[in-house]
Design a protein around this ligand. Sequence first.
Ligand SMILES: [Mg+2]
Length: 179
Amino acid sequence: MIFLDMDGVLCDFAGGVCALFGKDAPQAGDLAQELHQHLGIAKGLMWSRIAEAGARLWEGLEPLPWADELVALVRSHGELVIATAPSLNPASLAGKLTWLQRRFGRNFRDFVVTPQKHLLAAPGRILIDDSPRHVDAFSAFGGLSTLFPSIENGLLRPDQDPVMDLRNWLKQTDRPAAE
Ligand SMILES: [Mg+2]
């Protein structure tokens, strides 16, 4: 079973939030900084504007350029389950479900919404996520995880193909540990 994150991995959260403020999104290779710093505002103000935008912000996030390829890759390696954490605003739940239904169909049920992704960890389970916190906790609780490079975590390099890197990583995990 492979858990796949949404924001920063499948959806362009940074782009959506910056559009809300009428600003250009950070680009791959930019100095890593938090999104509110890029916007030049307080973190609390950024999140209150996101909350005001409601479900529409979340459901309207653009898929990242590699989203389809990434989903196909994950499905070729195991059972895909989307794992996403909601914001503190309840509207994010609705927006995220709408996003998933638009891309995967109305009957799509292979998802879990939780801020505590480590509770999903178990031997043989994989988490692909761009949050160091989620990745570290998932590994600490017995799963296997990999940090996906994103604009949000500052690890995406210009011209990098994150799906190719992941393909190589997944190939390694297929090998028995004894080899
Ligand atoms: Mg994320």
